[in-house]
Design a protein around this ligand. Structure first.
Ligand code: GDP
Length: 168
C-alpha cells in the first residue's frame, strides 16, 4: 500500500544559516545534495520522500523562490531559536505559502532548530508553539547538531501527508 504512489515532495524553507543543509544531510545520510530521495517507514508503512533543499534566500521574490514555494507537497519551515529575525522570516514565508497555495491544506511544520544552543536562545518554546497555532501548522524544536528530533519531524510530515491523502 502506498509503495507505488509517487514520492512526497518535501521542501525546506527558511532564512540562511538556520540549519537547512544540516537537516537535509541527516535525511540524506551525510550526503549534501540539494535534492535527495529516501524511503522511510512511518507507522509501519513505507513512504518515499524527496527532500528539496535549494531555497535561495538571496533571491528575494525571484522565480527560484516561487518555484520552491509552488512545487512542494509539504514544507518544513525552519528558523533558528538563536535568531529572532529567522523566526520573523518564517512567519513571512508562512504568509507567502498561504498566498501561493490558498486552496490546498498543505502540510507544514514549523521547525525551531538549534535547540542545543540553550544559552543563545532568542525565541522561547512557547513563542514557537503560539506562532504555529496562529499559522495553523505543527511545531517541533530540533537540533541537527545533536541529531535530536530531526527524524520525528520527517515522520510527522509524512503522517500529515497521509492524513491529507486519505481525506481527499
Ligand atoms: P542553512 O543556510 O539553512 O542551510 O544552514 P546550515 O545547515 O548551513 O547551518 C548553518 C550553521 O549552523 C552551520 O555552521 C551549522 O553547522 C550550524 N548548525 C546547523 N544546525 C545546528 C544545530 O542544530 N545546532 C548547532 N549548534 N548548530 C547548527
Amino acid at each position: 500500500t502506498g509503495g507505488s504512489s509517487r514520492p512526497f515532495r518535501v521542501v525546506l524553507l527558511g532564512a540562511r544559516g538556520v540549519g537547512k543543509t544540516a537537516i537535509a544531510s541527516i535525511f540524506a545520510g551525510a550526503a549534501d545534495n540539494e535534492v535527495c530521495e529516501q524511503t522511510v517507514t512511518v507507522d509501519g508503512e513505507k513512504a518515499t520522500v524527496t527532500l528539496v533543499d535549494n531555497w535561495d534566500s538571496e533571491d528575494e521574490g525571484g522565480s527560484s523562490q516561487d518555484q520552491c514555494i509552488q512545487t512542494g507537497d509539504a514544507y518544513l519551515l525552519v528558523y533558528s531559536i538563536t535568531d529572532r529575525s529567522s523566526f520573523l522570516k518564517a512567519s513571512e514565508l508562512r504568509i507567502s505559502l498561504r498566498q501561493h497555495r490558498p486552496a490546498h491544506h498543505t502540510p507544514i511544520i514549523l521547525v525551531g532548530n538549534k535547540c542545543d544552543l540553550v544559552r543563545r536562545r532568542e525565541v522561547s518554546v512557547n513563542e514557537g508553539r503560539v506562532c504555529a497555532a496562529v499559522f495553523d501548522c505543527k511545531f517541533i524544536e530540533t537540533s541537527a547538531a545533536m541529531q535530536h528530533n530531526v527524524w520525528p519531524a520527517f515522520h510527522g510530515i509524512v503522517q500529515q501527508l497521509r492524513l491529507r491523502r486519505d481525506t481527499k
